[in-house]
Design a protein around this ligand. Structure first.
Ligand SMILES: Nc1nc2c(ncn2[C@@H]2O[C@H](COP(=O)(O)OP(=O)(O)OP(=O)(O)O)[C@@H](O)[C@H]2O)c(=O)[nH]1
Length: 398
């Protein structure tokens, strides 16, 4: 089999052009920011290989060095797009700045060394190897939920590509290349083959990353209340047994609190449904600002909210006072009228450790008590302490 570099470059360029055109069609629109960067990565790669091809064809003309420089610029721009995609998929990537700097320095050095093929190749290949190795490293330790399969595949491709580029850089520094990127030589053939295989595997990785991202978005949507941004009932029901079991295992106090806005129908009637929605959003914000990271606030439905707290009775009372005051003040300030809350709480204790559904029922009964006793107060479920010593009691907001 006779391989020549120009034919390989044609195949790679055709492959990348087809991928660059097919991706937007397959992914549809609109796609996420990360997916857009991934699409640009393939388009720029196609442009880069097209320019390498043109440089090979015009090898004997004065255009070849400029075309090679343009190819280097396109390849660096493609790597930068990949860094952006990884940042969006995996969260903040500390190496992103380094990638940006080397993506600029690579073509700049290439331009300065344009008269010496070995030097400019050695320089650019070394820069390219550093960028690719950084991209591979960026696939590790994600700060957002991301499956390992596509990350490891991409990191492996980066390791192989990085090594082949380093080899090319070394050979060029030894002046073994006379005609740069386009020379028909074993290292260039190997590099083209590796680029082809790693390019295809990177495509697979990116499609899986994009699928994971889409699945994660759907999961988040299924678990989040659209209006308030809090967890929804499904998310709370899913999280509750685990948290309850943790509290039992570690002997932590645990409380289920149901909160309900008072006379909310009147808010809607007097100020309109849109204002009512704003009131619910505000309660969501105030709740989120007043709970601890390990606690969970969810919209239970309508104007009712549910909290899972690692707290004893005194702590729940203090929390209720704090929340009611903040809600009162902020609603007056932001909505122009005051919102009031009633709450019912069931506490898990050594004596009272029923299933979650039963605790929830106790909290609901306590909320009913708070409403019946005049609203604007917190009531505890009677069974949370021995009934004879401490019957159902309510804490009125002072
Ligand atoms: N704006 C808005 N209103 C809602 C939403 N969900 C439920 N509501 C309204 O919340 C009100 C609840 O009314 P009720 O169950 O009578 O309760 P209430 O008026 O708060 O009275 P108490 O709870 O007894 O103090 C109804 O008018 C619902 O239309 C929502 O998403 N947005």
């Amino acid at each position: 089999m006779q391989l020549d570099f120009a034919s390989m470059a044609v195949l790679i360029a055709i492959n990348l052009v087809v991928i660059g055109m097919a991706l937007p069609l397959v992914m549809g629109s609109p796609v996420s920011t990360a997916a857009q960067h991934a699409q640009k990565y393939f388009v720029l790669q196609a442009v880069g290989w097209g320019l390498i091809l043109a440089a090979a064809r015009l090898r004997d003309s004065g255009w070849a060095p400029m075309l090679s420089l343009a190819a280097a610029c396109a390849a660096s721009a493609a790597q930068w797009q990949m860094a952006q995609a990884l940042q969006n998929w995996l969260g903040p990537r500390p190496l992103r700045r380094l990638v940006m700097v080397v993506c600029v320095l690579g073509p700049v050095g290439f331009a300065f060394l344009i008269d010496s093929i070995p030097l400019r190749m050695a320089w650019y290949s070394a820069c390219h190897a550093l960028v690719i190795a950084s991209l591979g490293w960026m696939c590790l330790r994600p700060q957002r939920a991301a499956t390992s399969s596509w990350r490891y595949l991409m990191a492996a491709c980066a390791a192989v590509m990085g090594l082949s580029l380093l080899t090319r850089s070394y050979l060029a520094s030894q002046a073994l290349f006379q005609e740069g990127f386009t020379q028909d030589s074993l290292p260039n053939h190997l590099f083209a083959m590796i680029a082809q295989v790693c390019g295809s595997l990177s495509l697979v990785s990116m499609l899986v990353a994009w699928r994971d991202e889409t699945n994660q978005k759907l999961r988040d949507m299924a678990m989040t209340d659209q209006l308030t941004g809090l967890a929804n009932r499904r998310a709370l029901l899913q999280a509750a047994p685990q948290r309850q079991a943790l509290a039992q295992r570690q002997n932590l106090p645990w409380a289920v609190v149901l909160l309900d806005l008072d006379h909310f129908k009147a808010v809607n009637d007097q100020h309109g449904h849109a204002r009512g929605d704003e009131a619910l959003e505000l309660l969501g914000q105030v709740l989120q600002a007043n709970i601890r990271a390990e606690e969970l606030a969810a919209r239970w439905g309508g104007e009712e909210f549910c909290l899972l707290m690692y707290a004893n009775q005194a702590e729940v009372e203090r929390f209720y006072q704090r929340l009611s005051t903040a809600l009162h003040d902020q609603s007056l300030h932001k909505l122009g009228f005051a919102l009031h809350l009633s709450a019912g709480c069931a506490l898990q204790s050594a004596e009272n450790s029923p299933p979650f559904a039963s605790l929830l029922q106790q909290a609901d009964n306590a909320l009913y008590t708070a409403k019946n006793q005049g609203r604007g107060r917190l009531a505890f479920a009677p069974s949370t302490t021995p009934p004879l010593l401490a019957p159902a009691r309510a804490v009125e907001l002072s």
